[in-house]
Design a protein around this ligand. Structure first.
Ligand SMILES: Cc1cc2nc3c(=O)[nH]c(=O)nc-3n(C[C@H](O)[C@H](O)[C@H](O)COP(=O)(O)OP(=O)(O)OC[C@H]3O[C@@H](n4cnc5c(N)ncnc54)[C@H](O)[C@@H]3O)c2cc1C
Length: 385
């Protein structure tokens, strides 16, 4: 049986970053990816902050930044809406296929082996370590990293799952530098519809919501927008309930979407899941180097100290969204003053957006509506606005 220090199941952003960091720490690493190509099937809008990907140790392509940088976000309620400038937030749209391959290349250069079309089937343990059974051969390893995405978490708990549909479309109404987020509690309960442009006249348009037929909801959203051609359809579950309780158990670590590390507000996870992989890979390398498995917990501590507080606030914002009906949503939107929008445009942070929400919801008339819906629970979200 081939033996490695570390086996990573799942060859996407979080798994590949865990592999890169563990290999950088001198460990032998294999990444198992069930699909026949790294970066596919792509189920992502690719919207990410440039600072976020740099923090993951990846240099974004200058042309891609130039061509996909977002200038503004239109945020809509059923009969209202406002616009935020995104110029200062430095947000771009990634080609996820190319991005994942870029990380795979980094990991491979540091010695990690990547095996595509190799699905992990089971994990067991004996005296010599873990045995990972796969669709190819069986492996042994000392440390196991679960980076299998939402599929892994929903095998354990389906509660925080929403169905999403996202189509790649060509349509004259897609503006190259403008994202759109549309709330409607009847059509997309607990979530929203979105447009993420990839070029003038092309982009990714999606919806998610609790208990909805995502394909039907998305079709009516794009039909109402106007003429279009759909060139790719993706249906994927998203997880919005925040991080799982323990990221580490024995010599197994869970990273990325498998650990609930995407944002409870938007399900965006390139940065936060990527950081999960990066921190886990470093902790595994450190634990192996010092022969001290207690150091694995440092991964969980580090991730929570970066994102724990922010995710708690996002979970509160999610609770609010779930309780707003369309009338309250329209009222809330009309309570947002131009001054608050200017403040948010000037100081908003794409990766830690609870501060922007705090500002918007903390405006006097908005706060009244929010407090009526959530009472004391919401204090943590709006009181320091
Ligand atoms: C429709 C949609 C749009 C999104 N848009 C954005 C966005 O614009 N911005 C953003 O930041 N985030 C977005 N996200 C979220 C983002 O895609 C994820 O958070 C991120 O990809 C999580 O990375 P991951 O490595 O943890 O998991 P995944 O990317 O899900 O990767 C898991 C990998 O594991 C593999 N795998 C699964 N089971 C096995 C097995 N048994 N053996 C071997 N391999 C296996 C899969 O093939 C896959 O490659 C979006 C998600 C969806 C669904």
């Amino acid at each position: 049986m081939p033996a490695y220090d570390v086996i990573v199941a799942g060859g996407s952003v979080s798994g590949l970053l865990a592999a890169r960091e563990a290999a950088a720490g001198g460990l032998t690493v294999a990444v198992l990816e069930e699909d026949s190509e790294v970066g596919t099937p792509e189920h992502c809008g690719g919207l990410v902050s440039i600072a976020g990907i740099q923090h993951l140790g990846i240099v974004p392509d200058a042309n891609a930044i130039e061509n996909t940088k977002i200038a503004r976000a239109k945020i809509l309620s059923p009969s209202n809406g406002f616009e935020i400038s995104a110029e200062k937030q430095n947000v771009m749209v990634l080609d996820r296929r190319a991005f994942d391959k870029q990380i795979a290349f980094q990991a491979q250069k540091l010695g990690a082996e990547i095996r595509v079309r190799c699905a992990m089937r089971s994990l067991s343990k004996d005296d010599s370590g873990y045995i990972v059974k796969t669709s190819e051969v069986d492996f042994t390893c000392n440390y196991f990293v679960d980076a299998r995405g939402v599929a892994s978490i929903i095998a354990r708990n389906r509660e925080g799952v929403l169905q999403s549909a996202q189509y790649e479309i060509y349509a004259p109404w897609i503006e190259r530098d403008t994202i759109e987020v549309a709330f409607d509690s009847r059509r997309y309960p607990g979530f929203f519809a979105w447009i993420i442009p990839t070029a003038q006249g092309s982009g990714k348009v999606g919806v998610a919501g609790k208990g909805i037929n995502a394909a039907e909801a998305l079709q009516s959203y794009i039909d109402e927008k106007g003429k279009h051609s759909v060139v790719r359809k993706v249906f994927a579950p998203i997880w919005v309930n925040g991080p799982v309780k323990n990221f580490v158990s024995d010599r197994t670590v869970i990273v990325g979407d498998a650990a609930g590390q995407s944002k409870p507000t938007t399900a965006g996870g390139i940065y936060t899941c990527g950081m999960g992989g990066l921190l886990a890979g470093r902790a595994v390398a450190e634990a192996a180097r010092k022969n001290d498995d207690k150091l694995l917990v440092q991964y969980e501590k580090n991730w929570l100290s970066m994102f724990g507080d922010e995710f708690e606030k996002m979970l509160l914002a999610r609770k609010l969204l779930e309780r707003l009906d369309n009338k309250a949503m329209d009222e809330l939107f009309s309570a947002v003053s131009p001054e608050k929008l200017e403040e948010v445009s000037a100081h908003g942070d794409f990766d830690f957006h609870s501060a922007a929400l705090t500002k918007i919801l903390g405006a006097k008339s908005a706060a009244r509506i929010v407090k009526a819906l959530l009472g004391n629970e919401i204090r943590r979200l709006i009181d320091n606005s």
